[in-house]
Design a protein around this ligand. Structure first.
Ligand SMILES: [Zn+2]
Length: 245
């Protein structure tokens, strides 16, 4: 699997959510000998705090310094997102559906990458790595290459030290990332996707369906333990990965 479009940096600080994409990114960078000087997770009041616990655990296993940036005090700035507003309901169904747009935290990646850039400068790292992939592009403008290229330009000029934005998966699909993760023996079953905040993956929200679809398309057995009432894989396939509930 090629990692592009930016040349590999020698050292990075990684934006690390604890999800599949960023977990595989850590493993892929380690395999390529990139010095991961730190991984940073963000608590912006999301319902799915379990991903932060997963991130801490994986970093401990990989002996990577982990920081959790607590943004809860300013989560009011993020508006009525289904991820941060506890009064709203996380929509079910496939990402492509209009309803999933309510899961967007406005300008999320610029906020996260900006803070990670500060830490990268502090750690004297050459780059900030984040795991946006091609499947994110339709719904999240701040996962698109045009945005990443602009931010790459900006963070090269924000300090006397030039930091680059490394986005190794920006041209990869979720299933390609997953296949890479299986090859690297990344803990795919532990990496967290669900937006609903339960102890187990619900198996029916947008990210759970995207996750299940990616395992299916990659031909990788899904090790995830889903809630007992999660729809059967066959039901999802027959429904074209869209739920009507
Ligand atoms: Zn879910």
């Amino acid at each position: 699997m090629s990692l592009g479009p930016v040349q590999h940096p020698e050292s990075v600080v990684a934006v690390y959510s604890g999800g599949i994409d960023s977990t595989v990114m850590l493993y892929a960078m380690r395999e390529r000998g990139i010095d991961i000087r730190g991984a940073i997770s963000f608590d912006y009041g999301q319902k799915h705090r379990k991903e932060i616990d997963v991130a801490a655990k994986v970093c401990e296993q990989l002996a990577i310094e982990h920081q959790i940036a607590d943004l809860r005090a300013i989560s009011g700035l993020f508006g009525h997102s289904g991820l941060v507003d506890r009064e709203s309901v996380v929509p079910e169904g496939h990402y492509e559906e209009e309803s999933m747009k309510s899961t967007v935290v406005p300008n999320r990646n610029m906020i996260l990458i900006s803070l990670a850039t500060a830490w990268a400068i502090t750690k004297d790292a050459q780059g900030v790595a984040y795991a946006a992939h091609s499947g994110d592009h339709a719904i999240y403008p701040d996962c698109r290459e045009s945005f990443a290229a602009a931010l790459d330009q900006a963070i090269q000029q924000c300090d006397w030290t030039s930091v680059r934005l490394y986005r190794p998966f920006v041209e990869s699909s979720k299933s390609e990332i997953l296949a890479e993760g299986a090859r690297l023996k990344a803990p795919l079953g532990e990496a967290w996707s669900c937006y609903k905040g339960g102890d187990l993956h619900c198996g029916r929200c947008g990210t759970c369906i995207e996750r299940r679809e990616a395992f299916f398309l990659a031909g990788v057995e899904d090790p995830t333990v889903y809630q007992a009432d999660a729809p059967e894989l066959e039901t999802l396939v027959n429904a074209g990965w869209r739920l009507t509930t």
